[in-house]
Design a protein around this ligand. Structure first.
Ligand SMILES: O=C(O)C(=O)C[C@]1(C(=O)O)C=C[C@@H](O)C=C1
Length: 165
């Protein structure tokens, strides 16, 4: 086979459960939002299934992309587990959700790392900013939940407001 070509006799697998005209979901139920957008995400698989007539190089590259995306999801999940604990700690210690000084140091560090890695530092900064904004929202929600869950001075029988923070 000449280089750059791929077999034209590609195998097409049609599942009996597949309804003509419906987006392919590999047997998983569609979300309402998927139906609206016509987008069938394969939510329970780690690798998106190969499309039979996809050129092999494209398929390989997509497998690599899927691996990286999976790693990113796991890394982000770990990061958010840590920041969730930071949020609780900050609320307990009465510290503000955002720490601009820390953010500045993170941005400087990440920009340098990005530069070394051949990634656009501006993109790295935007990406970090996007994540941190979400973390701050979580911190605020944790602090707010802590404030409303705390018993008031009235319920504790105090004459003066409780200022334990
Ligand atoms: O390090 C903290 O103080 C955090 O709350 C974590 C974090 C982050 O996501 O990296 C989030 C908010 C702060 O402004 C700085 C950093």
């Amino acid at each position: 086979m000449p280089s750059g070509e791929w077999p034209v006799t590609a195998e097409v697998i049609v599942r009996p459960s597949q309804i003509p005209g419906e987006p392919q979901t590999n047997g998983h139920p569609l979300r309402a939002s998927d139906r609206e957008t016509g987008c069938a995400r394969q939510r329970h698989r780690h690798t998106l299934g190969p499309v039979s007539d996809t050129p092999p190089e494209l398929h390989q590259l997509r497998q690599s992309i899927d691996n990286v995306d999976a790693a990113l999801v796991h890394l982000l999940a770990e990061r958010f587990k840590a920041t969730q604990r930071v949020g609780v700690l900050k609320a307990e210690l009465g510290l503000p959700p955002a720490d601009p000084g820390r953010e500045e140091r993170q941005i400087d560090r990440l920009r340098a790392l990005a530069d070394d890695a051949g990634l656009d530092p501006q993109f790295a900064e935007k990406f970090l900013g996007f994540i941190i904004a979400e973390v701050i929202r979580h911190h605020e929600a944790i602090a707010e939940a802590g404030t409303s869950a705390r018993p008031s001075a009235h319920h504790q029988g105090h004459d003066t407001p409780v200022t334990d923070r």
